[in-house]
Design a binder for this molecule. Structure first.
Ligand SMILES: Nc1nc2c(ncn2[C@@H]2O[C@H](COP(=O)(O)OP(=O)(O)OP(=O)(O)O)[C@@H](O)[C@H]2O)c(=O)[nH]1
Length: 322
């Protein structure tokens, strides 16, 4: 028989096997490098968490860039992940992670982190229980974290534009009434008092006609500042028409609300405007009412509006209770 057709010796078989394995290892290494560079180039962090051991068992390369922190540290100490969460969001982040185990479903979470360099960023971090378990049969939670800071900023800006009066920076009509409806519901639910105030700048047309529209705009802005200055943190305040403003005072009885209105009246009277060589002041007429049993927002508005109308009829620059 020819030597070439002989069965390979044991050594040859081993050598062939070794070469084959080396090729496999090489291919696996190349594949791992490819996956690793792909994961590094996408702006999401993939992670896997061993719930039983409370240990991060995998985090993709983008982690270091997104968190500005060391992946090796995270893999050796889960505390590193906890440290990176913004303190106010810590409880939510921990609870929502635990909730995944109960529900097994994708938990869409949004929270803030503090990067290694101190920057605060918003993350969307979807996670779910993997169909694969840890080698010792324990649940493995896997997740995809994405930086959504810019999206959040855009959402915030859109919200601001939709709810704010551009000229004065206070709530616009739509948002004021939406918020007022919620404040009313709350007051009714808790049995708390609530007062509703409407006020209108006196002879505003004359101001525009005498000093120009731009000066008129300045008056509107300064009056809005006055209101924002006088009101308390939980009060609502908005510009609901051309030169008409409204406020809600939750938890205020009629005498307290009247004090607020009087303070506002004084602050507005103190304002002084200059247009060319002329200096002038402004006044407001106010209609004030309090929440009664079964009052709707519309009923409150109508009463305050009638009271304000009487304030105008009574010579302006005064407060009438309705
Ligand atoms: N500058 C400026 N003027 C506005 C704006 N919106 C409405 N106005 C003006 O506000 C004026 C309101 O005039 P009126 O409704 O007659 O009220 P008034 O002159 O204040 O009279 P009384 O309410 O009786 O005191 C009008 O001249 C409107 O053009 C605004 O955004 N900027």
């Amino acid at each position: 028989m020819d030597d070439n057709t002989q069965a390979p010796s044991e050594l040859e078989t081993l050598t062939l096997g070794l070469l084959h394995s080396r090729g496999e290892v090489e291919r696996l290494r190349e594949r791992e490098q490819l996956v690793s560079s792909l994961l590094g180039s996408v702006n999401v962090v993939l992670w896997a968490f061993d719930w039983q051991q409370q240990r991060v068992v995998y985090v993709s390369p983008a982690y270091e860039q997104m968190f500005g922190r060391s992946a090796a540290l995270l893999l050796s100490d889960y505390g590193e992940w906890l440290n990176s969460i913004y303190p106010d969001d810590m409880e939510y982040a921990a609870q929502s992670l635990a909730a995944v185990l109960d529900s097994g479903a994708v938990e869409q979470r949004e929270y803030r982190i503090i990067r290694g360099d101190g920057q605060i960023r918003w993350l969307s971090d979807k996670c779910f229980v993997s169909s694969r378990q840890t080698p010792d049969g324990q649940p493995l939670i896997v997740g995809i974290a994405e930086d959504i800071t810019e999206k959040k900023q855009l959402q915030g800006e859109l919200h601001r534009l939709a709810t704010t009066d551009v000229l004065t920076g206070i709530h616009n009509r739509r948002y004021f009434f939406e918020s007022a409806e919620r404040a009313l519901e709350q007051a009714r639910g808790n049995g708390h008092e609530l007062a509703f105030l409407l006020f209108d700048i006196d002879d505003f047309k004359k101001i525009n006609d005498s000093h120009g529209h731009q000066t008129g705009d300045r008056v509107l802005q300064r009056i809005a500042h006055c209101g924002a200055y006088v009101l308390r943190r939980d009060d609502l305040f908005g510009r609901i028409g051309g030169e008409e403003f409204a406020a809600i005072f939750p938890g205020c009885d009629a005498p307290q609300a009247k004090q607020m209105a009087e303070r506002l009246q004084r602050e507005v009277q103190r304002l002084s405007f200059t247009a060319g060589a002329q200096t002038f002041g402004v006044t407001i007429s106010q209609g004030l009412t309090s929440l009664g049993p079964d009052d709707s927002l519309e009923a409150l508005y109508v009463r305050a509006d009638e009271a304000m109308y009487h304030a105008k009829r009574n010579g302006k620059n005064c407060i009438v209770l309705g």
